[in-house]
Design a protein around this ligand. Structure first.
Ligand SMILES: N[C@@H](CCSC[C@H]1O[C@@H](n2cnc3c(=O)[nH]cnc32)[C@H](O)[C@@H]1O)C(=O)O
Ligand SMILES: [Zn+2]
Length: 433
């Protein structure tokens, strides 16, 4: 007999962006939605109370460095280049796998609490990240970040090989909830010959590629100077852009690049908070969407955000998108919400982002009973402009409840926080020795 779960008595956001009163009946074994409709709770084995709430597809955080929660608030108010080279990288050099486990568990608690059911992560000690994801019960596209600048040939080669080894070893882990990608850090931090090799081998192994693209002007000028083409064209010449590739940021991207990205079907993951905090710039999100570029949403790491609440990102994306386009109609609520759901699913190459019969049962229940969500003229507007991560009451992934009444089931939250705090303090002390 199948094990069923009913998300009962709430409102449900449909794929057409209508809000209906319905129960969601889930096959907990298969991890899929059986039916969306009235009065489905009576026959279910287990019920999740959604009364007073809105059931939404689980959010997808399509660009993250989860373990960087350990560096939250460690080095603020610096531009990308100094922030990375003078502050972040020296501390990261002292990271241990245990640190990464502790930081990732903290990130997972934060992600699940704000209704995220899938995320992409670029970091190292990816075994630890995968083990934490397996325990947490959500989905992820994981990869080892490769940086070759400043390394000798042997160290650079080892980093690249690790990226492919991780992608092969961990793909399909956690009952298929963990998928992988190869993740060269960016076009300016990985040598060209290794980028070309990455593209070739990724195609042969059928593994997606994820990297940072055009985050700052410093990532554009050297490529234009050396190769005479924009970075997206250069990436395309190297063979890096396919429909399974997804790139982070795309801030300093011009219309010729929109065409390349759209033609290849490469998704851009917009990270508005990180882009504002590091003063990287405003991504031309509406223009990219108009040109047919698939756009998703991400937080980036907690050290440049400084939290992992994707509802903040929704609001920031809508706001910054208007400013960038000089148009209040740009990046409207529905557009922003699609980026954080179906857009993220497309970027990660997973089936998610909608609540409908047959779809993966990845969803969250948002409490609507709050002063900042009153009155309720338009709930899609609320999701983007007014809901906070802390409004999420339950999170379900793959048909299983991962948070019930704000209690993340896989972890003892107090212990996770304490462990992260201890690891963060010891890490910084070691790095600054
Ligand atoms: N194996 C590499 C590590 C790369 S992981 C991915 C890297 O991206 C860094 N990172 C985090 N946020 C950003 C960003 O916004 N832009 C570029 N890099 C970032 C992060 O600190 C981490 O070092 C090594 O040996 O250094
Ligand atoms: Zn990043």
């Amino acid at each position: 007999m199948t094990d069923t779960l009913a998300v009962a008595d709430g409102l449900v956001l449909t794929p057409a962006f209508d809000v209906v009163e319905a129960d969601v009946l889930v096959d907990a074994d298969a991890g899929t939605v059986i039916e969306v409709g009235p009065d489905l709770a009576a026959a279910a084995d287990e019920t999740l109370d959604a009364a007073g709430g809105l059931v939404i597809p689980g959010l997808v955080n399509a660009h993250c460095h989860a373990a960087m929660t350990l560096l939250r608030g460690y080095a603020d108010d610096e531009p990308l280049d100094t922030w990375l080279r003078e502050h972040v990288w020296p501390v990261e050099a002292a990271l241990t796998p245990d640190d990464i486990r502790a930081g990732t568990e903290l990130a997972l608690v934060e992600l699940i609490r704000s209704g995220v059911t899938a995320f992409a992560d670029m970091y190292f000690a990816v075994e630890e990240v995968a083990a934490a994801v397996e325990a947490a019960g959500i989905r992820a596209r994981l990869g080892h970040g490769v940086v070759t600048v400043g390394k000798d040939d042997e160290a650079a080669r080892a980093d690249l090989e690790e990226s492919f080894a991780v992608a092969e070893r961990l793909d399909g882990a956690a009952d298929g909830r963990v998928r992988t990608a190869v993740m060269p850090h960016s076009l300016t931090t990985v040598a060209d010959d290794l980028l070309a090799e990455t593209a070739d081998r990724a195609r042969d192994a059928d593994v997606p590629i994820h990297f940072h693209l055009n985050e700052t002007p410093d990532e554009v000028a050297p490529i234009v100077d050396e190769h005479g083409v924009r970075p997206s064209a250069h990436a395309d010449e190297l063979g890096l852009l396919t429909d399974s590739t997804f790139v982070a940021h795309g801030v300093h991207t011009d219309p010729s690049e929109f065409d390349v990205l759209a033609e290849r079907g490469t998704s851009v993951v917009h990270c508005p908070a990180s882009n504002m905090k590091l003063a990287s710039g405003m991504a031309p999100v509406q223009a990219m969407l108009d040109a047919g570029v698939p756009v998703a949403l991400g937080t980036d790491g907690a050290a440049s955000n400084n939290d992992l609440d994707l509802f903040d990102e929704l609001r920031d994306a809508a706001m910054l998108g208007k400013l960038a386009a000089d148009d209040a109609a740009a990046v409207d609520a529905e557009t922003a919400f699609r980026m954080a759901t179906a857009g993220g699913a497309e970027a990660l190459g997973i089936d998610a982002g909608r609540i409908a019969a047959g779809a993966n049962a990845d969803l969250a229940v948002v409490d609507l009973d709050a002063p900042h969500l009153t009155p309720a003229h338009d709930l899609v507007s609320h999701l983007v402009y007014a809901v906070r991560g802390s409004d999420v009451r339950h999170t379900v992934c793959d048909g299983r409840v991962v948070m019930r009444d704000r209690d993340v089931l896989a972890f003892d939250e107090a212990a996770v926080r304490e462990r992260a705090q201890e690891h963060a303090v010891a890490l910084v002390a070691r790095a600054e020795e």
